[in-house]
Write a protein that binds this ligand. Structure first.
Ligand code: 3EB
Length: 342
């Protein structure tokens, strides 16, 4: 159906696409008629602090040579709105939202997360985009311990309580794909894709569902799906959550970045293959990846990781490399990705 559409027509109706681009490349896309759904900058300062579109700055340095913007674009007209601290952009199919909150003192962090999620969820219902597909969560001090829990565990409890309260008996089925990663400084930044129509949340056969992790990882388990499959704009998209060297529920290959990378890729391959098989989508393993974000704890691991990924995936995959803390102290890296078919 979309194959006999002219590319220009398809581009005009495109609901959503992501681009990792320089500011100049972004300007070119906007001049070509694209609209911004949201702009995320890693490190540095906001390009245009008074822009009308949703945007955020994440306090995370980029390891790539030239700094890139994560730009979420639409070929359809977009309207911009705001509800309290949540800024969002809507088109015919998606609502893209973004919140940046000054990260308050340790004792208040869990409550901040809880309130933030309880602001987001009813807004999505009220606006008619009730289906969360993908969420990103960034905050500083993710491995810092406060009152026997680290901030990731505090985050997980705040997120769990709000999602459980809101989704109730549908909790397991409605959790979206997500990333939760530690920044160096700055705000708690949460951004998300919600849609009028649902996606399909898909788990990884090699990993226990994070929402079933045993209590050794924290009093409330991480509330996210391993991936979300969504068909739009004439193609199938698999939004793959942050993925690390975890098999079952255990971290593997401590202190071995190369082995962690290979285990992570094994997990991503398994997710893609599971969806290809169960959903009958024509994914071709890692060849179907279009975008990756690679979070690296120690900058000295960047070169070997990039070399490995370049030789495995080729130059056609857009990549962002970020200096970040991973939620478990023993994890050295994490990769999130998007796969597309055809
Ligand atoms: C894991 O598999 C590694 O808490 O939202 C990856 C992706 C991870 C998302 C989240 C955590 C999250 O448990 C960490």
């Amino acid at each position: 159906m979309s194959a006999d559409r002219l590319p220009s027509q398809a581009a005009q109706t495109q609901a959503i696409e992501v681009a990792y681009v320089t500011p100049a490349e972004l300007q070119a896309r906007l001049r070509a008629g694209r609209s911004l759904l949201c702009e995320i900058q890693f490190g540095g300062a906001l390009r245009d602090p008074y822009a009308k579109h949703p945007q955020a700055r994440v306090g995370m340095a980029q390891l790539n040579a030239s700094p890139l913007i994560e730009a979420w674009l639409s070929g359809q007209p977009v309207s911009y709105r705001q509800a309290g601290p949540i800024r969002y952009a809507c088109n015919e199919e998606v609502l893209f939202g973004c919140v940046a909150l000054a990260d308050i003192a340790p004792a208040g962090f869990e409550g901040l997360v809880h309130r933030c999620y309880l602001d987001i969820l009813p807004l999505l219902d009220a606006q008619g985009y009730p289906n969360l597909l993908r969420m990103w969560n960034y905050f500083p001090g993710i491995n810092t311990v406060f009152n026997d829990l680290d901030r990731y565990q505090c985050f997980c409890r705040g997120r769990f309580e709000s999602l459980k309260k809101y989704y109730d008996s549908q909790f397991d089925q409605r959790l979206p794909a997500a990333s939760a990663v530690g920044s160096r400084d700055g705000d708690l930044v949460i951004y998300f894709i919600a849609a009028k129509t649902p996606g399909k949340h898909r788990e990884n056969p090699r990993q226990m569902s994070a929402y079933h992790y045993p209590p050794q990882y924290g009093p409330r388990s991480p509330s996210f799906a391993r991936s979300t499959l969504k068909r739009w704009d004439g193609a199938d998209y698999l939004y793959i959550s942050g993925t690390a060297s975890i098999v079952g529920h255990e971290s593997l290959h401590l202190n071995d970045p190369q082995a962690q990378l290979e285990e992570t890729l094994h997990n991503i391959r398994a997710l893609i293959e599971r969806s290809a098989h169960d959903d009958g989508v024509a994914f071709r393993g890692l060849d179907s990846l279009t975008h990756i974000k690679v979070y690296i704890r120690h900058p000295e691991h960047f070169e070997p990781i990039k070399q490995h990924l370049d030789s495995l995936l080729g130059a056609s995959v857009a990549a962002l490399y970020l200096h970040a803390d991973i939620c478990r102290a023993e994890l050295l890296m994490e990769i999130e990705a998007i796969a597309r078919a055809p």
